[in-house]
Design a protein around this ligand. Structure first.
Ligand SMILES: [Zn+2]
Length: 148
C-alpha cells in the first residue's frame, strides 16, 4: 500500500503506525517534498483483512491474525468460494431479495463471497429465510461491517 502526493508527484513515506488494541489500525504517511501528512484509519474488520492478506504497511507486516478464509478465497479468486452446498443442493441457504442482490453486486469482487457468507450465516443463525437490505443493515450494525 503506497500513497502518492499528487502536488509533488512523490511517493509518501511511512511515518507512524498505531495499533490501539481495539483492532483499529492507524497509519500515517508523509510527503518528503511538502511535508503533507495523511493518515489511514481502518476498522477492526478491515485491519483483520489487511493483516490476513499479509499486506506490508510501512515496511512491516501487521501481526498475523486468524482469517485464513480470506486468504484462501483471494488465492482462488472464486467469487462463490463460500457458497455452501452448491454441489450438495443449496436448499439450506437463505433467499436473497432483488435489492439485496443488487447491493451485494456492488461489493468488490474479491470480498463478495465472504461478505455474502457473513450475511447468509447471520440470516441462518437467526432463522431469517430471506436476506433483504433491511437484514443487511441490521447485520452490518450488529457485526460492525460499515461500508460493506
Ligand atoms: Zn507533497
Amino acid at each position: 500500500m503506497k500513497f502518492l502526493c499528487v502536488d509533488c508527484d512523490r511517493q509518501m513515506t511511512f511515518e507512524e503506525r498505531q495499533l490501539p488494541g481495539d483492532g483499529t489500525l492507524a497509519v500515517a504517511f508523509k510527503c518528503p517534498g511538502c511535508g503533507r501528512v495523511i493518515a489511514l484509519l481502518t476498522n477492526p474488520f478491515e485491519t483483520q483483512l489487511v493483516s490476513s492478506l499479509g499486506v506490508v504497511i510501512g515496511g512491516r507486516t501487521v501481526p498475523e491474525q486468524p482469517l485464513e478464509m480470506v486468504r484462501g478465497m483471494v488465492a482462488t479468486g472464486k467469487e462463490d468460494a463460500f457458497v455452501e452446498g452448491r454441489e450438495r443442493g443449496a436448499a439450506s441457504g437463505p433467499v436473497w431479495s432483488r435489492e439485496a442482490q443488487e447491493r451485494l453486486a456492488r461489493v468488490p469482487n474479491f470480498v463478495r463471497g465472504m461478505v455474502k457468507k457473513i450475511y447468509a450465516d447471520y440470516a441462518r443463525e437467526r432463522g431469517i429465510a430471506e436476506v433483504t437490505t433491511a437484514v443487511m443493515d441490521a447485520a452490518r450494525a450488529e457485526l460492525g461491517l460499515e461500508g460493506m
